[in-house]
Unconditional design. Sequence first.
Length: 442
Amino acid sequence: MRMVDLIEKKRNGEVLTDQEIQFIIEGYTNDQIPDYQMSAWAMAVFFQDMNDQERAALTMAMVKSGEEIDLSAVEGIKVDKHSTGGVGDKTTIALAPLVASVGVPVAKMSGRGLGHTGGTLDKLESIPGFHIELTTEEFIEKVNKNKLAVIGQTGNLTPADKKLYGLRDVTGTVNSIPLIASSIMSKKLASGADGIVLDVKTGTGAFMKELSDSKQLAQAMVKIGTKLGKKTMAVISDMNQPLGLAVGNALEVKEAIAMLKGEGPEDVLELCLTLGSHMVVMAKKAESVDEARKALEDAISSGKAIETLKVFIEAQGGDASVVDDVTKFPEAPYKIEVKAQSEGMVKSIEADRIGTAAMMLGAGRATKDDDILLDVGLILHKKIGDVVKVGDPIVTLHSRKEQAEEVVSIVQKAYDIAHEHIEAPTLIYEEITASQGTGFVL
Ligand code: URA
């Protein structure tokens, strides 16, 4: 087989066989296929697309390019959740203990990542003493005992994806549904879960800005997972404004704690109940999503969910008393109020700009070696559809510096306040399951 023939084949819109895709991914991972040929191939895929079989073969080839996590020693059906990412997305921190509290085993591998805030690991590390350095044995033992443990990414998972993603980033080939779907699904499949619930964000603050694109991506991922024998479903949720009110590391953990106590923002709760119900059903801990939702609501009102969080924190060396006394979290020294400059109703909040503001305060990293601050961030006081008067505080900045004019101005620009009636946006647009036209018979 020659790479040049396979580039031409895809360029001409033909379908590649499983073996040809395997050849490409193996050759690229082993440095036998150079970047320039792989770039040409990625561009051919960008323009010519891939059919469902090619997408599944590409995903599998990337899974097989590295190690796969074996979670077979974890009792029960392991269900993982993945979000395509957005501003203020603290879902994992609230959702993991919530579903664990009704018996779903959560063996979560999380990353730090780049972006407006740190990743789930960074956020959890704002809990004094909490650590994610566990051996595989400790990790599995803790999941079996407490139904929940979180560990940093270990081993050499999907090296082909790592290399190809880096190449796509500099060759204008990131935004391709088959390449994104296979990239995300390869990482999920290599992490060893039996089922996967995907939270595909849509809107101005999301990777996919248009609902139709988000839907295509969700369908592509559900088809890949289903075809490769994993129960997979997707929820398409709104990212036209940040999720919840808190953006920042410790601030988001505090909001997740509030949610588990039944005191959190409505949108965070609703998203967790929606995603969580599907996880509970997949793990066969309930017969229907309604039954699952009721169990999750009961876990919050009875205190079972917050107890599960405390046990999880303690098991990973953290100080669980922060749950009852959130003043023990790191606290930024300066609180700066951003005030509304006009009156009306909030029409839009550019989540991207809020993310940039968080980043400028120091909550996120631009390169992987940057330090991040755990205490800084923003608390939103107004969301889309809220009434605002001139001078009302719309956001409070939690800052290490006394003055933050530039950040204040970015936040003010993020808010569009209009003289018209504005409804709060829909939170959940659609749920995509394997039976909805994926066309696969397993
Ligand atoms: N996230 C991923 O993991 N991969 C992509 O290709 C895009 C977003």
